[in-house]
Design a protein around this ligand. Structure first.
Ligand code: SAM
Ligand code: DTB
Ligand code: SF4
Length: 331
């Protein structure tokens, strides 16, 4: 195993080679988890789990053709296109999320890219949610730098925009935009001074190599995403991936461990797909360095574990919800 770096930051690298990633990936499971947990403890309180709550502010009717997504107009799923949620309902959800222990509120919209009017509407929501003392995150599709700046000025903390899989496999999953489009938005978001939330999905029918390439791309960005969501595909009836083969849980844990080692100071979020994971698998993910979850009964359109179950699971593991990042948190 590699020597343990002496300083807090010596192990944050942006020059990982794919061969190095492959070498890590081929470690025996226990060696990989030991290394991941060691890295984790150098950078984080190993007992704290950051909790974000999602709300789908604009649901369905999306013109993109992402093969996994129930919100695409290209697939015949049970999700119907809806109008944008009204501000009072969004704020009610944000307050409830805050009061149940979430520190970040993530607002999603099923859009290819927002229209100027929609950016302004979201900027208004972001102002209000920030005033509740919560961190804010938005995921609205492709963004120009000007749009990203408008959201930043409104108080947005994070922008979520996933690469989802490797550049090589991407065209098998999405035809209506390119990998480079995704990278361009990530750069625009960075230029605007926002924190980046960027990860992917495991279980799209990708090869092990695609998972490593995705992680390599994330870990060699000029700045690591501050937040790295690792989703397990939620297979939704009517999408082309409805019958995708399930992921080997131990392979999923390995992806978490690799993300932790490659991006030591980033929050690694155990994201979609937890309703299909056992408590024991989730415990292994936390051991592998996951330190964030989506919290609350819904993701965007699909179910998430009950809040009570999650709180009990954390308690059984001697973990606790992370305290709010900002002192500005209000009663
Ligand atoms: N439309 C925006 C976009 O694509 O960036 C924002 C919303 S989109 C639903 C956010 C992310 O949710 C996707 O990038 C994908 O990683 C994840 N996602 C969507 N459907 C999923 C599914 N069935 N299972 C797991 N993750 C999913
Ligand atoms: C992310 O990586 N996962 C979240 C969030 N970012 C926006 C979304 C998961 C969506 C799962 C399918 C659904 O509920 O529609
Ligand atoms: Fe639209 Fe995002 Fe779903 Fe793709 S993942 S279809 S862009 S909502």
């Amino acid at each position: 195993m590699e020597g343990i770096p002496v300083s807090e930051t010596a192990d944050i690298r942006h020059d990982w080679t794919l061969d190095e990633v492959r070498e890590l990936a081929s470690l025996p499971f226990n060696d990989l988890l030991f290394q991941a947990q060691s890295v984790h403890r150098r950078h984080f309180d190993p007992h704290a789990v950051q909790m974000s709550t999602l709300v789908s502010v604009k649901t369905g009717g999306c013109p993109e053709d992402c093969a996994y997504c129930p919100q695409s107009v290209h697939h015949d799923t049970a999700v119907q296109a809806e109008h944008m949620m009204d501000e009072a309902t969004v704020l009610e959800r944000a307050r409830a999320a805050r009061d149940s222990g979430a520190t970040r509120f993530c607002m999603g919209a099923a859009l290819r890219s927002p229209k100027p009017r929609q950016v302004t509407q979201f900027a208004g929501l972001i102002r209000e949610v920030s005033a509740l003392g919560m961190e804010t995150c938005a995921t609205l599709g492709m963004l120009s730098e000007t749009q990203a700046r408008e959201l930043k000025e409104a108080g947005l903390d994070y922008y979520n925009h996933n690469l989802d899989t490797s550049a090589a496999y991407y065209p098998q999953i999405i035809g209506t935009r390119s990998y480079q489009d995704r990278l361009d938005t990530l750069q625009n978001v960075r230029n605007a001074g926002l924190k980046v939330c960027c990860g992917g999905i495991i279980g799209l029918g990708e090869q092990p190599q695609d998972r490593l390439e995705l992680l390599h791309t994330l870990a060699t960005l000029p700045v690591h995403p501050e937040s790295v969501p690792i989703n397990q595909l939620v297979p939704v009836a009517g999408t082309p991936l409805q019958d995708a083969a399930p992921v080997d849980p131990l392979d999923f844990v390995r992806v978490i461990a690799l993300a932790r080692i490659l991006m030591p100071a980033s929050y690694v979020r155990l994201s979609a797909g937890r309703t299909a994971m056992s408590d024991e698998m989730q415990a292994l993910c936390f051991l592998a360095g996951a330190n964030s979850i989506f919290y609350g009964e819904r993701l965007l359109t699909t179910p998430n574990p009950d809040a009570d179950h999650d709180l009990q699971l954390l308690d059984r593991l001697g973990l606790r919800p992370a305290a709010p990042a900002a002192a500005a948190h209000q009663a």
